[in-house]
Design a binder for this molecule. Structure first.
Ligand SMILES: [Zn+2]
Length: 148
């Protein structure tokens, strides 16, 4: 019961933050930064593995760098795929999206890439691969069904 009450409180405060439309709330920015840079897997882009991350792919729960984020946006335009790219610190986040950060992380998808040996394919092919699609589907199903 106590936990439920906390959830409701956090949802209310999220709504307040979203409606403010100003800067990202400091505690949320802190929490996001911790998830992004405090974990070596999330700190570096899952696609190029070279540059530091600045963006989040919602339906994969992964962090990517600016250049790879732009590439995903371009692929979106051409393929009508369902990659939702968010700038981590320059956008407002709702409760659902924050849960994607909590549930996700680059390590999980990295292990899928490794297991199926597709990590070094060009981004376009990698995200068209059935294992990557399966991963995204499973991730979103978890996101929709489970709380923290
Ligand atoms: Zn990258």
């Amino acid at each position: 019961m106590g936990v439920k009450r906390n959830d409701e409180q956090s949802v209310q405060s999220m709504e307040f933050i979203t409606s403010s439309q100003l800067e990202l709330h400091p505690t949320i920015a802190d929490w996001l930064t911790k998830h992004m840079t405090g974990n070596p897997f999330n700190k570096y882009c899952i696609d190029c593995k070279k540059r530091q991350t600045t963006h989040f792919l919602l339906w994969y729960g992964t962090f990517v760098c600016l250049e790879c984020a732009n590439l995903h946006q371009r692929l979106n335009d051409f393929q009508h795929s369902r990659v939702y790219v968010k700038h981590v610190l320059h956008e407002q986040w709702d409760d659902y999206q924050l849960r994607a950060v909590a549930l996700g992380g680059n390590k999980k998808l990295y292990e899928i890439f490794k297991e199926y040996d597709i990590g070094n394919l060009p981004t376009e092919e990698k995200y068209r691969h059935k294992c990557t699609k399966w991963y995204s589907k499973t991730f979103v199903a978890n996101l929709d069904n489970k709380g923290y």
